[in-house]
Design a protein around this ligand. Structure first.
Ligand SMILES: [Zn+2]
Length: 239
């Protein structure tokens, strides 16, 4: 079935899951296909937009988000920003609702002044035929809208999972999904993980960390030959 939905630019958690989803929808006749087509319409996409986030064009999965988000205090220490993020996001609609839940995506950026801020979290993602699924996704934020900033260099993207325990997924770790210097992910119990992908250093392994209290513990590396697939080699025997 051909659609105008921006599947390829989506941040999918499980490729096999989407394939299954496509096969299912392909088997459903008439009304469901029409519903899917409607769900892909720009009207629906527009209805999901707010003053704080939206689509960069009518037919893309590229999302902008406004910053700063007042729920998170700015800091020169990115970790102070990261530690505020999860509790704030978990207060949002369906952020902890597991199979009925919602992922949120955003970025940590600066105004070129060494002070880090976050955008509003965006729930924009693939249209879903039903509320309950084992897979969730939101589109990564590609552009920051901050009227007080002349530049908005992005340090990291972040996204939440509405389950616990729910660490970085395989898709989260793949090179194709590494957009910035850092990727931050957390679950509904605020277990935080971080990837430093080092995509600009082909000979350096990527690093995967878990936040324990106020420090980052290295839990795995991604060997250069494994970066594309995002295969992690554990270190330390934990996680
Ligand atoms: Zn994820």
């Amino acid at each position: 079935m051909s659609m105008n939905c921006p599947h390829r630019s989506a941040w999918t958690e499980r490729t096999s899951g989407w394939r299954r989803w496509d096969r299912e929808t392909g088997r459903i006749a008439g009304g469901a296909v029409l519903a899917l087509a409607l769900s892909c319409s720009s009207n629906l996409r527009h209805s999901q937009e707010t003053e704080s986030y939206g689509f960069m064009s009518i037919d893309s999965g590229y999302v902008w988000a406004r910053g700063p988000w007042p729920e998170v205090q700015a800091s020169s220490d990115p970790d102070e920003v990261i530690d505020q993020l999860c509790p704030a996001i978990m207060r949002l609609d369906r952020a902890t609702a597991r199979d009925f839940g919602q992922e949120y995506c955003g970025v940590i950026y600066s105004r070129g002044d060494g002070i880090y801020r976050t955008t509003h979290p965006s729930p924009l993602g693939e249209p879903q035929l039903r509320g309950e699924t084992k897979q969730k996704s939101c589109f990564p934020v590609r552009r920051v809208v901050d009227p007080e900033a002349r530049v908005t260099p992005i340090l990291a993207d972040f996204h939440s999972h509405p389950w616990f325990p729910s660490p970085l997924s395989q898709q989260d770790k793949m090179a194709a999904n590494q957009l910035y210097f850092l990727k931050i992910q957390f679950d509904s119990a605020c277990q935080i993980q971080k990837i430093i992908p080092y995509l600009d250093r082909p000979d350096a392994p990527g690093e995967v960390y878990s936040r324990r209290g106020k420090r980052w513990v290295l839990i795995g590396i991604i060997k250069p030959s494994n970066k594309a697939a995002g295969i992690v080699t554990p270190v330390g025997g934990l996680d």
